[in-house]
Design a protein around this ligand. Structure first.
Ligand code: ATP
Ligand code: MG
Length: 209
């Protein structure tokens, strides 16, 4: 099934960065599809600290986003969650994420998975040049966005189509706030965690700080 593992090749590690506020089935389908298509051994989900692009927005506590990510991925033996970005503290830059993962897995090939919207911004990311030397980038389709090569160095990015799920965390948060359902947009355990912690309900204790 896997081309490389077990045959003396390098470990193939996917990296799925995100705010995951909350994690939803769009994230999970993207990771699963890339894992299959690129014969990845594992996909590490890395919840951000404070995302620099969202510095003007309120983001839920890192611990809640981390736990929702763990809940959503726990049943998949190929999925894991890294605390690297939330433990580093401060704003999250993908260059730091990749440097940490590279140090932790010196022998692995890294594949950074990103949706079409994020990929379009990639050349504006900190230390863009070095980013492409640390990982191969995989851009995935996302409804409402056009997937194009943002002009990475030759062979630096692969573009693939994944099943279209028109789900965003922004919409999930708005739904919870309006008391509309998020069942089947996010995993069942995440629905229950949101309700238990009263996330996204403005005016409650669990409201975003
Ligand atoms: P928000 O609305 O708060 O920005 P989001 O739904 O965009 O949340 P993020 O945590 O910002 O989720 O995204 C993490 C990564 O997952 C990004 O690379 C993003 O492009 C990708 N992604 C998010 N939703 C989808 C989706 N439905 N299909 C494909 N990729 C997605
Ligand atoms: Mg987003």
């Amino acid at each position: 099934e896997h081309i490389v593992p077990g045959s003396g090749g390098k470990r193939r590690l996917g990296v799925m960065g995100g705010t995951f506020d909350p994690i939803h089935h769009g994230h999970l389908v993207a990771a699963s599809e890339v894992a299959a298509r690129f014969c990845l051994d594992e996909v590490v989900f890395v919840p951000t600290g404070q995302p620099w692009q969202k510095s003007h927005q309120k983001v839920s506590p890192a611990e809640d986003r981390y736990l929702m990510t763990v809940i959503a991925t726990a049943s998949n033996p190929q999925f894991s969650v890294s605390r690297s970005d939330i433990d580093r503290g401060g704003r999250t830059y993908t260059i730091d994420t990749l440097r940490d993962l590279r140090a932790e897995h010196p022998d692995a090939d890294l594949f950074f998975i990103t949706g079409a919207d994020a990929l379009a911004q990639i050349l504006t990311w900190r230390d863009a040049e070095e980013l492409f030397s640390l990982a191969h980038f995989i851009g995935v389709t996302r409804p409402g966005h056009t997937l194009t090569d943002p002009g990475l160095p030759d062979g630096g990015v692969s573009l693939i189509e994944v099943p279209a799920l028109a789900i965003s965390s922004t919409d999930c948060r708005a739904r919870v706030e309006r008391a509309d359902p998020v069942w089947y947009l996010v995993p069942d355990g995440v629905v229950r965690y949101i309700s238990k912690r009263q996330l996204y309900q403005s005016g409650t204790e669990g409201a975003r700080s």
